[in-house]
Design a protein around this ligand. Structure first.
Ligand code: PHB
Length: 401
């Protein structure tokens, strides 16, 4: 699927073009302004089918809402989204990214949800020096050894989430844990980060169970967990797979005796699908639904009004992707040909996010709070801030200034 969408009416586009044309008559040397008068093309590579489909939709909804609230423009330039469905299938990613960058000649690239897709996509982004924002995928190396001045992330590294969760679960007094995760880059990193801080806090992983991605057949894993009887289970699944795991776990009557914990993706984006089954599941993430700040309240109200759906962490990441882009575009007066200045401004951006304060580390990954949450009655409620202003170490990233 390739959809081309503009957030602007034809009339508004003509008005903008006419305005730029008038400026070029008054100022003979203003040709670059004329060349910059059309829409900024933003290539969007996200999953719209498969187990991560609703994650891609939430990111897209929030990005479109942000631009709509700004009258269809950022830094006085019309924004045109060019969307492709990456299906969370890494082998298809190089061709899709090339189609956007070389075919559509997009000015900005945004994607994706799945780490494998983002790794393949960002290879092309690095080669072509296209300013790229990753609105979810946590593949840790993208802001460590593979970091680049034109690659930004508004989400997290998988390791960062794992580190925050391991620490929080150790602090909760849990000692023996079984981990259960999808077997691909993301699952491996969520578990590796968790293992590091959980061990430091005196905890022990007694068994790690892998499930091939995107399988949702969990019965043998649940039987193994029941026979081991650990203090708790630490899980990474997301989207459709997360909803299925939470429901299967409750149906297997494990919840009362073996507390279910996870990275927050276990209960985020699936709030309506796990009503009842998810009650009491504790998770750690850089967002909670009821974070008490004006940005979160305004964002959630606007998102609900526009989409008739409650906002989730993926929507927040989409929203902040546009906040970050706007900072960069304003710094260059909407002139995307000034790539170095655009990237430099984005790397220094600070703004108020619905998740709390937002700024980037030296490797362009968010430094952010992580929250302990408990799922209840269709929402991920804040219990406490587990770690404040927490950064991925960015090991191996060298971006000379
Ligand atoms: C990833 O593949 O990096 C990934 C996917 C879904 C999530 C989080 C991380 O919810």
């Amino acid at each position: 699927m390739t959809k081309v969408q503009s957030g602007l009416s034809r009339r508004r586009l003509l008005e903008l073009a006419a305005g730029a044309g008038a400026a070029s008559i008054a100022l003979p040397f203003a040709r670059p302004a004329l060349a910059q008068a059309g829409p900024i093309k933003v290539g969007v590579m996200l999953p719209y089918t498969g187990t991560y489909a609703q994650l891609g939709e939430a990111i897209t909804n929030a990005m479109e809402l942000y631009v709509k609230q700004k009258g269809g423009t950022l830094a006085s330039r019309a924004i045109q989204f060019v969307k492709v469905d990456d299906e969370s299938e890494p082998p298809k990613a190089p061709a899709l990214a090339s189609k956007l960058v070389q075919g559509e000649k997009v000015d900005i690239l945004i994607g994706s949800v799945h780490s494998g897709v983002a790794l393949a996509m960002s290879k092309i982004a690095r080669e072509e020096n296209v300013t790229t924002i990753i609105p979810n995928a946590g593949a840790t190396q993208l802001t460590r050894s593979l970091c680049a001045k034109n690659i930004f992330r508004t989400s997290f590294t998988n390791t960062q989430v794992g580190l925050a969760t391991g620490r929080t679960m150790a602090e909760a007094g849990l000692k023996k844990v079984v981990t259960c995760a999808w077997k691909y880059a993301a699952g491996d990193e969520f578990v590796a980060g968790f293992a590091e801080t959980f061990a430091l806090g005196g905890g022990q992983i007694v068994k790690s169970i892998d499930v091939p991605f995107p399988n949702v057949e969990f019965q043998s894993a649940l039987a193994e967990i029941a026979s081991i009887k650990p203090d708790a289970v630490y899980v990474f699944f997301a989207g459709g797979g997360a909803a299925k795991f939470v429901k299967d776990y409750a149906a297997a009557n494990l919840k009362a005796n073996i507390p279910l914990w996870g990275s927050g993706f276990l209960t985020d984006g699936v709030e309506q699908a796990i009503v009842g089954a998810g009650d009491g599941v504790k998770t750690v993430l850089h967002y909670a639904d009821d974070i008490d700040n004006p940005e979160n309240k305004a964002f959630r109200a606007a998102y609900l009004a526009a989409t008739k759906k409650a906002a989730d962490v993926y929507a927040v990441q989409g929203w902040d992707t546009m906040q970050l882009l706007e900072v960069g575009l304003q710094a260059v007066g909407g002139d995307v040909s000034k790539r170095d200045a655009l990237n430099a401004a984005m790397s220094k951006a600070t703004f108020a996010s619905p998740r709390g304060p937002f700024k980037l580390s030296a490797s362009n990954n968010p430094i952010q709070n992580f929250y302990l949450r408990e799922y209840k009655n269709g929402a991920n409620a804040l219990i406490k801030t587990a770690v404040t202003a927490y950064a991925d170490p960015g090991t191996g990233c060298r971006l000379s200034s």
